[in-house]
Write a protein that binds this ligand. Structure first.
Ligand code: SF4
Ligand code: SF4
Length: 356
């Protein structure tokens, strides 16, 4: 995915696709579900996956609604893998039992993310550690794919301290952990209050997985303080949201733009929509789109981007030791350029990066 993202600026890095809008839960902050929609017919889903493959999509993520409610999810995951894309799902985890996890293994799932909102269920959300802890243990025991547990902070969540307990449990079970900032219906955010900020910093203190963009990015640190981010949102090109009706939107919070049927979406559409300025960008909280922008930043300005990531991480945690993947990039791009010239030249050529 990384090499492909570096090599070509005009294909989707991530496409989020909705196999069913129905959800078994009803979190009060959520605007991405209903209680009645049938699954998108399997043949139609296969056509959409093929089309995303033809556009060169690197990662195809099933979300919803609740994607495990689709009766042929395993078949859809297999098709993603056959199209040489990475298959991921975002689920509320309620239907995960050992047999279901083993079937996801067999289908070739690469990555699964669960967001957990609180320790005990409340009126806002039933995505609770108490309800899901047994599922997490089964995932730790049976899953062959990577698992990330996302804990959530934001104005709609009652107990900020719960986010720390969720992140702590995720690390204890050996999973990656990220912090999601709850956005409003436009993908925007109110600044976190001091209690939420304190929890946010303590979660980072738990340590990070390997080269985790979610933990290394600068975007989130601005948005939690209510500061704008000076970036260009590449949605419509590097990130696509394909709704249950098969229309391409910028993201889940900006449905209706450009709302072109995926079957008719072309390379020209990618280039045009990706280049359009988005008025919602300065206070956007959609971290998966931030991450695609970071990859492009690395493609066009590898030395500055890498140096910025490492500096910010070390400022927060002076004892931090970069993982092997970061050390390799640091060796190629940031150490004495004369001695590393050969490796840097090879990397630049391999990934077709700008030589700046
Ligand atoms: S589980 Fe996910 S899709 Fe379902 S209502 Fe909650 S946030 Fe929305
Ligand atoms: S900036 Fe981009 S990702 Fe964020 S809300 Fe707007 S269109 Fe969606």
């Amino acid at each position: 995915m990384f090499a492909h993202a570096m090599a070509s600026p005009h294909h989707p890095i991530v496409a989020q696709i909705i196999p069913i809008r129905r959800c078994n839960l009803a979190c009060t902050y959520c605007n991405e579900f209903d209680k009645h929609s049938p699954p998108v017919p399997t043949d139609e889903m296969l056509r959409r996956i093929d089309k995303l493959g033809a556009l060169g999509t690197s990662i195809i993520t099933f979300s919803g609604g609740e994607p495990t409610l689709h009766p042929d999810l395993d078949l859809l995951i297999r098709r993603v893998r056959e199209r040489n894309a990475i298959a991921t799902i975002i689920t509320n985890g309620y239907y995960l039992v050992p047999d279901r996890i083993k079937r996801l293994n067999a289908a070739g799932l690469d990555y699964l993310q669960i967001s957990i909102d609180n320790v005990l269920p409340d009126d806002v959300s039933k995505k609770s550690l108490k309800v899901l802890d047994r599922k997490l243990e089964w995932l730790a025991q049976y899953a062959d794919f990577d698992v990330t547990i996302n804990s959530v902070l934001g104005s709609g969540i009652n107990q900020s301290e719960d986010a720390f307990k969720v992140a702590e449990r995720a690390r204890q079970l050996g999973f990656n952990s990220t912090v999601g900032i709850l956005h409003d219906g436009g993908g925007q955010l109110k600044p976190l209050n001091p209690v939420q900020m304190n929890v946010y910093e303590r979660i980072f203190g738990l340590g990070t997985g390997l080269f985790s963009f979610a933990h290394l990015d600068a975007f989130q640190r601005n948005t939690i303080r209510g500061l704008p981010n000076p970036w260009h949102c590449p949605a419509g090109e590097r990130f696509l949201y394909v709704c249950e009706e098969g229309l391409v939107h910028y993201c889940s919070q900006q449905r209706g733009y450009p709302a072109i049927p995926l079957e008719r979406y072309t390379r020209e559409d990618l280039i045009r929509e990706g280049a359009k300025p988005k008025g919602c960008a300065p206070f956007c909280t959609i971290s998966c789109v931030h991450q695609t922008a970071m990859l492009d930043d690395f493609r066009t300005r590898p030395r500055e981007t890498l140096a910025g990531i490492i500096t910010r991480r070390k400022e927060r945690d002076p004892g931090w030791q970069p993982p092997a993947s970061v050390r390799a990039l640091e060796y190629m791009f940031l150490r004495d350029a004369r001695k590393r010239g050969f490796f840097r030249a090879v990397a630049l050529k391999l990934f077709r990066l700008n030589n700046n």
